[in-house]
Write a protein that binds this ligand. Structure first.
Ligand SMILES: Cc1ncc(COP(=O)(O)O)c(C=O)c1O
Length: 310
């Protein structure tokens, strides 16, 4: 941290994040039968408004912004936009949200974007072609100029940059020696990149992409390069559980999530978390039953977010 980051740190601490977040064991016969103990890393309990990877990714960026306005990017239902807006309100930092879809500008705001503006975020809508090119410097400059945010601190879509990845390293560190495999849903891959870096040697991170496309391996490598200067930890991706792409919630996935909720009394967010849990960790690598495992249980941990941002 720089000295200016240090000025922001007490304000972040004043929000009293619950860190390290608790780990909760769930008893589930389907996992037990495969010799797997299921632990949930309750990152949803870190802060009522900045839940899960949102706190871990945003806190280092808010510190680096040092009171400057923060500009970031997302779709019309982006949890990241909502979390950034909430953080802005809590810390008294102005926020600007660049939203994909110029056509939305003239319409009533959906509940998610209404929450953003309610938290003081100024919204700027851009057409989809420009939005796709937002990481190219000339397009980014033009967007920031049009949004009147040229002086603002830029946080990329999904909040995944080097600072965020380093923030997610703490998630892995908190799980050192607690699990053999740690599974996490992946959108931009920033959480996985940091998580894997924080785990101990011998532990493995498993990413479940919620988007179709197979581009994430390269993205996670790039994020680790930017954050740490090279590859860190042991991780891989299982691309079979995106159910056709982001926000696709077919009946099978919804039924699984509903059943999980009834069994364990925990709300399951459908877009990311339900897909992670359908990936039974024993499925690819047949694990021996618990008693044959040399006294060591196979433990799997899932970082959790609840059903909806409050
Ligand atoms: C619940 C949940 N888990 C995991 C992720 C994946 O985050 P990342 O974009 O860092 O891959 C997201 C996306 O923000 C999410 O909402």
């Amino acid at each position: 941290m720089t000295s200016t980051d240090d000025d922001e740190a007490p304000r972040l601490r004043a929000l009293r994040p619950r860190l390290p977040s608790p780990v909760q064991e769930l008893v589930d016969g389907r996992f037990e039968r495969r010799g797997v103990r299921l632990l949930l890393k309750r990152d949803d309990l870190i802060h009522p408004e900045l839940i899960g990877n949102k706190w871990r990714k945003l806190a280092p960026n808010l510190a680096a912004a040092d009171g400057r306005a923060v500009v970031t990017f997302g779709g019309a239902y982006s949890n990241h936009l909502r979390a950034t807006a909430a953080a802005g309100r809590l810390l008294g930092i102005p926020t600007v949200g660049v939203v994909r879809g110029e056509e939305l500008a003239g319409r009533p705001l959906n509940p998610s974007l209404a929450r953003c503006t309610g938290d003081g975020m100024r919204l700027h809508f851009v057409d989809r072609a420009a939005y796709r090119r937002k990481s190219e410097p000339p397009t980014l400059d033009a967007i920031l100029r049009a949004a009147d945010a040229e002086e603002a601190y830029v946080v990329p879509e999904g909040g995944s940059n080097a600072a965020a990845v380093r923030g997610c390293q703490a998630l892995g560190a908190e799980l050192r020696d607690r699990a053999d495999v740690v599974a996490v849903a992946c959108g931009t891959g920033g959480t996985l990149a940091g998580l894997a870096a924080g785990l101990a040697p011998g532990q493995r991170a498993l990413g479940i992409p919620v988007l179709k496309g197979g581009f994430l391996t390269a993205d996670v490598r790039t994020l680790q390069q930017q954050a740490f200067g090279g590859p860190r930890g042991t991780w891989d991706l299982d691309d079979r559980f995106h159910f056709g792409g982001y926000a696709r919630v077919p009946e099978e996935l919804d039924a699984f999530a509903t059943d999980f909720e009834h069994r364990h009394g925990l709300p399951v967010e459908r877009m990311c978390q339900a897909a992670v849990r359908t990936r039974d960790p024993g499925r690819r690598r047949r694990l021996p039953p618990r008693d044959d495992s040399g006294g060591r249980d196979h433990r799997t941990s899932f970082p959790v977010m609840p059903g909806k941002l409050p």
